[in-house]
Design a protein. Structure first.
Length: 602
């Protein structure tokens, strides 16, 4: 606060943290810390040497004799008002309390001893995935915002080193996300927001109640939309990664869109216009959006595909495909070529909307009638439990992956394996671990497919798995030899690979491609990537509108900007239009040929 050179105190390379707290006596700092695919933990930094405390001293204090002569004598006259102390039963409002006079001892207590401060950092592991933390005003309790078992809750831990139980205790018990948690001034309650409401939970009894708020606010939309527009414009002005704005005149663009925003009649119209404004930057990872008042009705999906020509000609739903592991497939009671006759007693004809019949049927019991004949004779009943659109989409995707795996298995004569990454998220990384460990350890090489991958953040983890090399093996008596890295718990493929990309491989998929080529892990086959890569995060304007901010330049190993500069390929292959309908994949064919040429067996 008094100036001087900044000095590091944390020495942790983790890139993520949501909160940092000073202890009330300024003796230590607490913060949460993690990498993006790892669970969050807590770090503590003692700002000066910590004097040990002993339970024995507390025990001795119980028997310490008090000398009656040392007791203060009661005063016979009232104390001056300026010396009066508040009643212990009343906690004065922090806002009403006068600023205390800082004593020399207090000034000294807040000093930081930087010598050997690295050795005074310790990691606390409360057993939950930490998202944030708050220290109580009295310095005795640590509040933790954390997730565990797919639920987000609040936990407390004692900060007293002599506490007998140092484990985290859960004080809320609902699954919803919670935010903005803070203690009451007396450190006995915690206020937090959940589902847009303020809740209060007591630390001692863990009882939760809602804080009733009756608030009225008049919003002048004509003024609000202009302020939202100007705030979003400033966000991009001050944070867009290129201070030349890709050649756009950002001040002139503001003047162009200001009258258009003034004419917007709804929030959605305002956001669409702001998106168009952001588009003037001619860059990737841009966008303006927010919650919409429109909520679509969920439609149940059966996991079926139908013959279009048959429906258009006769109004009949003839089944052409049953999606693997979909609602109909797991019943084992329907075959391709049969007809869907009715849904919950409603007969199917040319005027029937199947989606309408399945509205609000996700996860519910639905009766289907199917028949091998078009007239519905010999029809039979099949009971299914429809899934939502996202689930059916994922089932279709996994079916496509399995078809590609079988294709590579066939064209390589069983020598090569196959994996696909649809995005660069934590779920895809977990699936990659499963696929590489189970499906591909007995192959000579693996085709790594990132076509149509829309990015994320896991490229360093994927690169690690593909680049690690073995150096030890392990063998139990009478059993088989296994690579030590995998046996000891570190993911490592230890097989030759080849990477397949196309023009729809973008963002972090391009980072993966750059790393794959720069580290010479293998060849890249297919089409150059999209050239869409700027490190980006979101900000929110005061009305809840979200603005995407491409803030960080990403450069390749050659030092050049990767935005608008696709990652090249070593073996260019473009699939002809309609090739997928022929059952052929020329990009996978080329990848198999190249990788087989690298493997040990000719």
């Amino acid at each position: 606060a008094n100036g001087g050179a900044a000095q590091p105190v944390s020495f942790i390379a983790n890139s993520n943290s949501n909160s940092l707290s000073w202890s009330p006596d300024s003796s230590f700092i607490l913060f949460d810390t993690n990498q993006r695919t790892e669970e969050g933990s807590l770090a503590r930094i003692d700002l000066r040497l910590r004097t040990p405390k002993f339970r024995e001293d507390q025990f001795r204090d119980l028997f310490r004799q008090e000398n009656p002569q040392d007791r203060p004598r009661p005063s016979t006259s009232p104390s001056p008002v300026t010396q009066a102390s508040p009643s212990p039963a009343v906690s004065p409002s922090p806002a009403a309390s006068p600023s205390p006079v800082t004593s020399p001892e207090e000034i000294k207590s807040s000093e930081i001893v930087f010598d050997n401060i690295r050795q005074r950092l310790s990691l606390l592991r409360p057993g939950v995935n930490v998202n944030g933390q708050v220290v109580s005003p009295d310095g005795k309790t640590l509040l933790i915002l954390a997730s565990a078992e797919n639920q987000f809750n609040l936990y407390t831990m004692p900060l007293d080193e002599l506490a007998t139980d140092q484990t985290a205790k859960q004080i809320t018990s609902t699954a919803n996300f919670k935010s903005d948690a803070q203690f009451s001034p007396d450190s006995k309650e915690v206020y937090y927001i959940e589902n847009g409401r303020v809740n209060i939970v007591t630390l001692e009894r863990r009882e939760t109640r809602q804080l009733t708020l009756n608030l009225e606010m008049n919003v002048n939309f004509a003024h609000e939309k202009m302020e939202t527009f100007k705030q979003g414009w400033r966000f991009l002005r001050d944070n867009f990664y290129d201070d030349k704005y890709h050649g756009a005149d950002w001040n002139a663009i503001e003047k162009t869109y200001e009258p258009l925003i003034a004419g917007a009649r709804t929030t959605d119209e305002m956001r669409r216009l702001m998106s168009l404004m952001a588009g003037e930057l001619n860059a990737s990872h841009l966008g303006v959006f927010g919650n919409s008042a429109f909520t679509p009705t969920p439609v149940g999906k059966l996991g079926l595909r139908f013959d279009r020509a048959e429906y258009e000609a006769n109004g009949r739903l003839k089944i052409t495909e049953i999606i693997a592991l979909g609602p109909v497939d797991i019943t084992r009671g329907v075959k391709v070529g049969e007809y869907l006759i009715s849904v919950d007693g409603v007969r199917i004809d040319a005027g029937t909307n199947l989606d309408e019949l399945l509205e609000n049927k996700v996860g519910k019991r639905v009766e289907l009638e199917v028949s091998a004949s078009v007239d519905g004779s010999n029809k039979r009943e099949v009971i299914v439990k429809p899934v939502n659109t996202a689930t059916e989409k994922n089932l279709l995707y996994r079916q496509w992956v399995e078809a590609n795996r079988a294709y590579v298995e066939r064209v390589s004569g069983g020598r090569l394996g196959y994996v696909h990454l649809p995005d660069m998220g934590a779920g895809s990384l977990a699936q990659l671990y499963v696929d590489l460990d189970v499906q591909n350890q007995n192959k000579e090489g693996v085709v790594v497919d990132i076509r149509n991958n829309n990015g994320g953040f896991i490229n360093p983890y994927v690169i690690d798995v593909l680049s690690r090399r073995g150096y030890l093996n392990m063998k139990e008596r009478g059993l088989w030899t296994v690579p030590a890295r995998t046996a000891l718990g570190q993911r490592a493929l230890e097989r030759p690979t080849i990477l397949v990309t196309n023009q729809h491989s973008l963002s972090d998929a391009e980072d993966l491609t750059e790393g794959y080529r720069a580290l010479k892990l293998g060849k890249v086959v297919g089409e150059p990537t999209a050239g869409w890569i700027i490190y980006t995060w979101n900000v929110t304007t005061f009305d809840g509108t979200t603005v995407r901010l491409p803030r960080q330049l990403v450069t390749g190993s050659d030092g050049k900007n990767m935005e608008m500069n696709p990652r090249p390929v070593d073996v260019p292959v473009t699939r002809p239009i309609g090739e997928s309908l022929s059952g052929k994949d020329s990009q996978l064919d080329a990848a198999v040929r190249e990788l087989l040429g690298q493997t040990r067996v000719p």
